[in-house]
Structures are given as C-alpha cells and as structure tokens.
Design a protein. Structure first.
Lengths: 336, 346
C-alpha cells in the first residue's frame, strides 16, 4: 500500500482527458505521506512506524477512506456532496434499528442501508442535473432534510449490531489483517476500476473537464453525474454500516461528529484531485485519507490538545492544497 | 463548481444611468431595479408574513415586530457581506466561527468593563479584517479554492476558540457592548426603534451602494461573471476578491456584536450561521458561481429565512424539523433559479 500507484501503465488511450491527470500531485501526496510518517518516527519514537501502530492508522482511515472514495468520483465529475455526513448517520441508525441484535436480520439491514444510499444519491444527482441546482447548495439542502428528520426521531443510540456483524469492524483475517482494511481496499479497488476501467469513468473525467465538450462529443453528462452521486451515497452508506459494526449500535450523531462531509472533501483535495473536476483520481484520495489519519495518530501520540489539533488540521489542509495549486501553475484564474 | 452555464445577457455589469437623468429619476430607477431583483423573494416574504399574522395577529404590534427585526438583524448583516463573496464566485464558510470569535474575545477581554468598549470594538474589527485578508490572499494568490480556504479558517478559528477557552468561555460583556443588539431608541408613534434595525439599514445601504454603484462593485460582478474576461479588461481581480472576503469578514464581526446583545457567551454562538447566510443569499436569487446578485434581495432573503423560522415555530413544528424545511426551501430556491436560467437561454 505504500508504493506509488501504477497509473502510468493504466490504459493511456482510454480517454484523451485522462492524460492530464497524471501530474505530480497524485504521486506527490504519497511522498508527503511518507515524509509525515518519518516526522512521526522522529518525534514520537520508533513505535510510531511499528506494525501495530500502522494497523491502527489504517483502521482509523477506513470510515473516512470509504466515503472519500465516493466523494472523489463526484468531485471528478465537477459536482460535490455535502450530504454524506447525515446520510452516514441515517444509514447507521436505520440499519442498527433493523438488525436489532439478531444475526438473521443482517442481510436485510445491509440491503436497507444500501437502498437508502441509492435513493439519496439519485435525489442528489437529479437535483444537480435535471434540477440545475448548484451541487453545494443542493446537497447541503438534502443533508439538512436528513438532519431534521433524523433528530426529530432519534435522540439516542438506536438498535444494536449482533456479534457477527461487529466482526466487520473488529475481525481479522490471516491472524493479522483487520477485515476493515480489506473493506477499504475493496471499495478502493471498485472505485479505481470505475474510474480507470470503464466507459463511465472516462466519461466522468470528460464531463468534469468540460461539460460542454463532453456533451458535444456525445456523452450523456446527466447520467454520468447521477451515477457518480449514486456511487458516492453508496460509499456513505457503507461507511454508516461500518460505523455500526465498530460502535455496536446506530448513533445519530456519528456522521456530523466525524465531519465526514468536509473531511471527505479535504481527503480528496489533499489527494490532488481538482475541486473543479476533471483531474485527479482515487489513489491520491487513498493517500489523502491515510495522511489525515496519520496526522491524527501523530497528534495523539504527541498528546497535542484536541482543539489545537483542529487548528493544525486546518493549516495543514490549506497548506497542502496551496502547494499543489502553486506547483500546477494553471493558467486559468477561475477558482470557485 | 460545475454550474457554469450562465446566460451571457444576464446583467453582469449594470448599465450606468444616463447622466442627464434627474436625481429623482435616478433614485426611482434604482429603486425599480432593486424591486425587480427582489420581486420573487419579496412575494415569498409577504406570504410568510401573512401566515404569521394570521396565526398571531400581535405580530403587527410594533414591539413584537421590532423584537423580531432585532433577532433577524445579525443574519441580515451577515448575508449582506456573504453576497459579495458569492457574486465574486466564491464561498465564505468561516463567518459562523468568526461570529463566535467576536463574542468570545469581546467577553474575555472586557470582563464587563464598560470603558473597554472602543478598544474592544477596534480589536474585533481588526481581527475581522485580518481573517478576511487571509481568506482572500490564500484564495487568490495561493489559488486554494475558497471553500477549502474558508473551511480551513473555520477549523482554525473554532479550534482556537476552544483551545483558548477550554470549551467554556468566560468573562462577561459590558452593557454598553450589548446595547447594539439589545437596546432601542424611544420614538413616538412606533414606540421603539432598535439600534439593530438602524445598523441593518445602514449596512444594507452601504453594501448596496458598494456593490451596485461603485467601480469596485462593477469590477467584482464582472470578476464573478468571468474572471479571465474581467482580468483582460484591466480589472485587478486579486484585489477585488480580497476586498470581498474582507467585507464578508467585517459583516461577521458586526453580526457578532449584534448577536452578543441577546445571545449568551458560548463557544457555539455562531454555529450554523455560515450555511444560513449562504441560504439567504440563494433565496435572494444571487447566482452561485458568481456574476449576479443583489444586496437588497439578499437582505430580504435573510429576513424571509428568519420569518420562516418564526412561522414554523408558531406552527408548533418540532425544532429539528425546521432544519428539514430549511433544506427543502433552499433546494427549491436553487432549482427555481437554475431552471429559470435554463429557460432564459443558459
């Protein structure tokens, strides 16, 4: 996982626009990740890069990493999803409620959670495409709707996850590999395949690069954007399910408390994907999510005050994005 | 953001009036222009007011209505600042936490000492200018998207407040600091005129002139409409954008001072205001992505949002569902705006 992504070999001819996203940023963020870990090693001692702590870091990156895999596709297409945090909560509460501690209900709970994800993704996608709504405002709106519905019904932890389901959060395979890391890798693999191995993926890059040009070359841009939104909401639903497995119950505050909306965008952007769409990819996002987890872990190891941590995070995110933006030296001045 | 389809003919840079027109004509022309921009949201506001009056006839009593205005004042001012950033093509998500900083810093420093009024006002305004400058410089010169810049600023300010206060701010605000959001002039006929109402009108008037009647405002609208084109016609887009962020930050400080008049000193006092301000701007019909917007319509949008909250309260809707309704309303507003643009040839 620590080796740079092998993008160079991934079908160069698949899309004209795919050429553009192999910039320094995508591999740069992996270098930054290594550098930060070196700093952690120096400041926090050799245990910081020991196997146990590396596993901790990776597990910590799982919930954010999964939803960031969805956010990446939406951002690549030039859209944005601010509703994921509340969707995570909704799915967590609903699925834990359905499960109610009975292993027999697990399939139904997963199905309900994913179905809610698809539904919310469709609404978001339709609002952004057919409704011509600005994605930031539209998904802020759907997020608020979910927030209100959620907090009018549930004030406390709801339902409970049976032991079998909690394995997803705590189980290990081959004696050392946490199942949760495999889950993240699986979602990553699907996202990579979606972006790099399918026609949908190349259309997504094309639409994100220029909607007009994509449309003129026959891409059905609305469908592509709707598809990206459905995938993003699906990943949010998966994060919700995963958090139920970790927590053993559905907590209505789990999504907003994790600031998954803004943190997932931060992971994507720190990972080198352009917020305006069309350039970037999921490998960078994986590094971005890991980077945020490493920083978190390092601050904890150094016993940095929790609130100072928030300050440092803000500074680091801005600095990371600024360094990419300055290095890429794009000519255009249109920065949203 | 993706929404790049703006019609070319949507009055980006409003035409100057002919110099021959008399002052009165010009005033009439401006008023008409603002009325036209505000017509849809004004209609919504009237419907909501009518519903409120139907449910609670006492709403029309001057004290009740003015108390409502006083509560709505911070959001109206905040929205009047936010619209500058939005017409320039950006977002300012840091305003809510800047409100908190204003209230918390003022309380911690004055500790109820009325003599500290002037220095503290200077200090919080200075903090505002500084925050706005940083937002603007990072966004324009370091080319960080404004949503990331101001989100980072939000994290920084929020973290700083908590770090500094340990989560529970201390100190107290002197009464002369609270007067702006709380006190009122005694007047005949209408009874009382809150300071807040006067401050709103003053801020709205200045903001309207700035955006619609000065070279800066026209350059800002042009920058939001198309930064490259504006730059080629000689607009210093970096400077106008930075100024927009400073104006937004200043509006947050003023809103914080007003809010301090009736809200308690807490680390959550400004929370959620950033999205409410953006909602108000959307309700006012400004184009997200830049190029078009009206201060008057935005301020009416903020008033509408507050009126809506009051109506939902009167209807006995549980507090949480209010947010759902706010969500539906802003979705409706952007879809309405988007489809209208499409029809007019977007």
């Amino acid at each position: 996982m620590s080796s740079p992504p092998q993008e160079r070999t991934a079908n160069p001819a698949r899309s004209l626009l795919a050429k553009f996203d192999l910039t320094d940023m995508q591999s740069g963020v992996w270098l930054v990740l290594l550098a930060v870990m070196a700093v952690g090693w120096i400041l926090a001692g050799p245990n910081f890069v020991g196997g146990g702590n590396l596993t901790n870091i990776a597990v910590r990156a799982v919930p954010l990493g999964i939803v960031a895999m969805g956010q990446t596709l939406v951002i690549l297409g030039g859209s944005l999803d601010l509703s994921v945090a509340y969707l995570i909560s909704v799915v967590a509460v609903l699925s834990a409620f359905v499960m109610d501690g009975d292993p027999a209900n697990i399939p139904l709970a997963i199905a309900v959670g994913l179905a809610v994800g698809v539904g919310v993704g469709l609404v978001n996608g339709l609002l952004v495409t057919k409704g011509r709504a600005n994605p930031l405002i539209a998904t802020l709106g759907t997020g608020l709707v979910m927030k209100g519905l959620l907090s009018s019904r549930f004030a406390a932890q709801t339902g409970s996850a049976p032991r079998e389901f909690q394995l997803l959060g705590y189980g290990r395979v081959w004696g050392f590999m946490p199942l949760s890391i495999l889950l993240l890798l699986a979602v990553f693999a699907i996202a990579w395949w979606l972006t790099r191995g399918t026609r949908f993926g190349s259309h997504l890059y094309a639409v994100g690069g220029s909607k007009e040009i994509a449309r003129l070359s026959g891409v059905r841009d609305d469908r592509v954007i709707i598809g990206a939104h459905v995938w993003c909401s699906l990943t949010a639903a998966m994060t919700g399910l995963f958090l139920v497995a970790r927590l053993g119950a559905g907590a209505p505050w789990i999504g907003p408390d994790g600031i998954y909306d803004l943190e997932s965008i931060a992971a994507v952007v720190v990972g080198g994907t352009a917020l305006l769409g069309g350039r970037g990819g999921v490998p960078g996002t994986l590094a971005g999510a890991l980077l945020l987890a490493v920083l978190d872990n390092m601050f904890n190891a150094l016993q940095v005050d929790g609130f100072l941590k928030s300050v440092l995070r803000g500074v680091i995110i801005i600095a990371a994005v600024a360094s990419y933006a300055l290095r890429s030296k794009r000519k255009d001045v249109d920065i949203a | 953001m993706s929404d790049t389809t703006k019609p070319a003919d949507e009055g980006r840079v409003p035409q100057r009036q002919q110099p021959a027109a008399s002052r009165l004509d010009r005033f009439g022309g401006h008023a008409l222009e603002h009325l036209k921009a505000s017509a849809p949201i004004l209609a919504v506001l009237i419907v909501i007011f009518a519903a409120i009056i139907y449910l609670n006839p006492a709403f029309l009593d001057p004290p009740v209505f003015l108390a409502f205005l006083r509560r709505a004042a911070p959001l109206m001012i905040l929205a009047a600042g936010q619209v500058f950033v939005i017409v320039s093509g950006g977002f300012d998500l840091s305003v809510g936490s800047l409100i908190t900083v204003t209230v918390v810093v003022a309380a911690a420093i004055t500790e109820g000492d009325p003599d500290a009024l002037i220095p503290v006002m200077m200090l919080v305004l200075l903090i505002g200018v500084l925050v706005g400058m940083v937002n603007g410089v990072v966004t324009t010169m370091l080319k960080v998207p404004s949503i990331i810049t101001t989100l980072g600023m939000l994290l920084i300010l929020r973290g700083a407040v908590f770090y500094w206060t340990g989560g529970s701010p201390t100190g107290a605000l002197a009464d002369n600091f609270r007067q702006f959001g709380r006190e009122a002039f005694d007047l005949p006929v209408i009874g009382q005129l809150p300071y807040a109402a006067i401050i709103v009108i003053a801020v709205a008037w200045i903001a309207t002139r700035l955006l619609h009647r000065t070279a800066f405002g026209h350059q800002l609208l042009a920058t939001g409409g198309g930064a490259r084109a504006a730059q080629l016609t000689g607009v210093n887009i970096t400077r106008v954008r930075i100024i927009a962020f400073v104006l937004s930050a200043l509006s947050a400080v003023i809103a914080g001072i007003l809010l301090a008049g009736f809200a308690g000193v807490s680390a959550q006092v400004g929370q959620g205001y950033e999205f409410r301000a953006i909602s108000a701007v959307v309700l006012g019909g400004a184009a997200i992505g830049g190029g078009r917007g009206s201060v008057v319509a935005t301020v009416i949008g903020a008033l509408t949002l507050e009126a809506l909250f009051m109506l939902l309260n009167l209807l006995g809707l549980p507090q949480p569902l209010r947010e759902s309704v706010q969500g539906v309303i802003i979705i409706g507003a952007v879809v309405y705006a988007g489809l209208r643009l499409q029809r007019s040839g977007g």
